[in-house]
Write a protein that binds this ligand. Structure first.
Ligand code: PLP
Length: 468
């Protein structure tokens, strides 16, 4: 007889099944458990204090204050237990407090918290670079540079591409999201809330048509012709970099038509433009492969990671062709906190969990349970215009059936109903009319399914109300 020992984390009651591998770290709950209205009294009190202390510019999706969280579960300060279908925007992919992350980071915090890698070196920085060089797509000699945030990785990719090519311009696509710093805000497409009142923006950012299967009406070939027209109009020799997301995140989880990204890579190669793949949201297992690029058979000259890389500790990376990465002069790259040792230890724990095949198998199981529930809803309810995505990065879009006029009000109403029912969902999209699901990759498929059942009930309720 096999006796399986289950270790419980004291704070949330989540379980780790050692026999089942590093990937299996799970919330103990099987359904939301609400003991007060949402938000509860303690959260409301703290939120009132927040309003007095914190700048209004920070929006809030769900104004509950968190007490603890694990692999798919969030417990608030009123004792409500939510199913987490957001992962803090694709960050806590291995859960919010995976025991391997906790162990490595705890050990490191007692050894040293910081040296600044540009002052004195430490081993974990090198180990993170080695893993990324070995696993990021591309059969070529690579180098990695570590930073702290996604926007910083994007900005540094542009610096590196300019240094390598001696050219100024950056080409990005419609509906792109690359961050909130001044340069990356210019690269981001969506005006509100990201860009409103924050201009003027850095120049040399040029935008080209995206192949949005639902809305642009362009297939891969037609969209590629448009991109090439824009490149020619500005002069191909003026572009340092072409930056793309393999599935657009904030743009609405837009999955490109087959061949579009390969065509873009080929265009970039033909014109000597550095092809930068922004895998900040899609990377590290999110889409069911280690990198979303693998679904498309592409490899960026530079590939960007952040979000899930540090399991919540801030770390980002640019990984790419050695000759491009090393074009920058010594001293040209860095940052006080770049590749902080606590974050590097967290990343090494994330790699151990991703190295366990059980993790990506679990992502496939999550994809199945979500699509099995959402596809029938799309067939049945006219206001559901599309169900799309890959792995644990899935979305449902709401629009008027014939005109495809976006229905952001419906998406918001459904999302808020999920929150009141104990399920944390996020909206997204250029028009705000998409609900996106980003559960932790390690969440039990049954738990994700229970969350999606609440979502489906909310969609039915909202659409019958609208029809009545
Ligand atoms: C989140 C995100 C960024 C920016 O990352 P930050 O850590 O918020 O600066 C850039 N690109 C993509 C695709 C993202 O999803």
């Amino acid at each position: 007889m096999i006796v399986q020992t289950i270790q419980f984390c004291v704070h949330t009651g989540c379980s780790v099944l050692p026999g089942a591998g590093a990937g299996r770290y799970r919330a103990a709950m099987t359904a939301p458990l609400l003991v007060t209205e949402v938000p509860g009294p303690r959260s409301r009190e703290l939120h009132a204090q927040r309003t007095e202390a914190i700048a209004d510019g920070f929006g809030t999706v769900l104004p509950v204050f968190v007490d603890s969280a694990s692999g798919g579960e969030i417990v608030d300060v009123d004792g409500n237990r939510f199913i987490d279908l957001a992962s803090g925007i694709a960050v806590t992919s291995v859960g919010a407090s995976h025991p391997r992350v906790v162990a490595r980071v705890s050990r490191q915090v007692a050894r040293f918290t910081h040296t600044c890698f540009m002052v004195t070196e430490f081993e974990s920085f090198v180990r993170v670079g080695q893993w990324l060089n070995a696993h990021v797509p591309g059969d070529f000699d690579k180098r990695t540079a570590l930073f702290s945030t996604g926007a910083e990785a994007v900005e540094n990719a542009v610096k590196i591409a300019r240094s390598h090519t001696g050219r100024p311009r950056v080409l990005v696509l419609d509906e792109a999201y690359h961050g909130r710093s001044l340069l990356t805000m210019a690269m981001t497409a969506k005006e509100h809330p990201y860009k409103t009142a924050f201009g003027p923006f850095p120049g040399e950012v040029v935008r080209a048509t995206n192949a949005n299967a639902l809305r642009s009406g362009l297939d891969a070939a037609a969209a590629l012709a448009e991109v090439e027209r824009v490149i020619d109009a500005h002069g191909a020799e003026t572009f340092a970099a072409l930056v793309v997301e393999p599935i657009q995140g904030e743009g609405g989880f837009n999955v490109p038509p087959a061949g579009f990204l390969r065509g873009l890579a080929e265009l970039a190669r033909r014109h000597g433009i550095v092809f930068v793949v922004d895998e900040i949201q899609t990377g590290l297992g999110r889409t069911g492969r280690l990198f979303a690029s693998e679904h498309e058979g592409i490899a960026g000259d530079l590939t960007l990671t952040a979000k899930a890389l540090g399991a919540g500790l801030p770390i980002s990376a640019v990984t790419g062709r050695a000759e491009i990465m090393n074009a920058v002069h010594v001293g040209g790259l860095g940052g006080t906190y770049a590749g902080n040792p606590l974050a590097c230890e967290a990343a090494l724990a994330v790699f151990e969990i991703l190295d366990d095949p059980a993790t990506l198998r679990n992502v496939a199981a999550i994809e199945r349970v979500v699509l099995d529930r959402l596809r029938p809803v799309a067939d049945e309810i006219p206001a559901v215009a599309d169900v799309r995505g890959r792995g644990a990065m899935l979305a449902i879009e709401f629009a008027e059936p014939s005109s495809l006029t976006p229905l952001p009000g419906l998406a918001a109403a459904v999302s808020q109903a999920c929150h009141r029912g104990g399920v944390l969902t996020l909206t997204t999209g250029t028009h705000g009319n998409v609900i996106r699901l980003l559960p932790p990759l390690v969440a039990a498929p049954e738990l994700v399914a229970a969350g999606v059942d609440v979502l489906v009930a909310a969609i039915r309720a909202a659409t019958t109300e609208a029809a009545a």
